[in-house]
Design a protein around this ligand. Sequence first.
Ligand SMILES: [Zn+2]
Length: 256
Amino acid sequence: MISYLTSTNRPQIFDEGMESDVRRKLDTAIQGLDQALPGTFAALEHSCPNFMYDPKGNYHRWIGNTEELITHSGYFRPQHAIYFSKSGLRKSIPHEIVHMLDTMAGSGSIILFSLTTLYPNRTLVDEANMSSFAKTLLGAITGARICLVNPGAAEFALQELASGGTGMPITQERQEINNFVAERFANLFEQFAFEKLSTAGAKPTYFAKSFYQAITMWEPEWLLAHDSELTALWNGMLTQIMSLSPEQIQQRVLSF
Ligand SMILES: [Zn+2]
């Protein structure tokens, strides 16, 4: 079940429900993502997230903002909640849903799956011997324009994550690297959904179209050329979420 909430004038207090115009726009954004990547809505419902409409964006005061771009929205793990303001509603809902689902998938998350595929023995697989799927994963992280402009960034992030494994204490530096990789996948699937909808002839609203020319994004041709592998990666994450019982979902949220 998805909870729809709206902030009151009191800080950090939310009431049940959402005004119909906001709810309709939110539903349209979610439907767009589900149309591009079928099964997403079912996994979202299964994850029991909270959508918190905060028209004034007051949540920035208490949840902080680690995004590379100012997005006017954020996924806040301790409350398993996607907070969004008016501009967040127009631009960031698909992006935040990717963060939320990938977090909920836990050990089946796209990030961890990618790293164990790329670093089976804690050293990067030799590119000459890489499977085509592993190459796609590597491209997903290192093919973003941000990594092409600064080639050290992607390699640093991948090597650090691989050498530390997942049981390492979360230092500030490690958190920044985790954030870097998490941002790549949120951006990637947000743009992937947009390109798929556009190619299908739709005019997707509630996707931040102007961002896709930005330095952090991918060439559309690369995304569409890797359609089947990226879709398989996404579906693997959805399958992982759907395999959780309601009790396991609840346990996971409590552990955040
Ligand atoms: Zn993000």
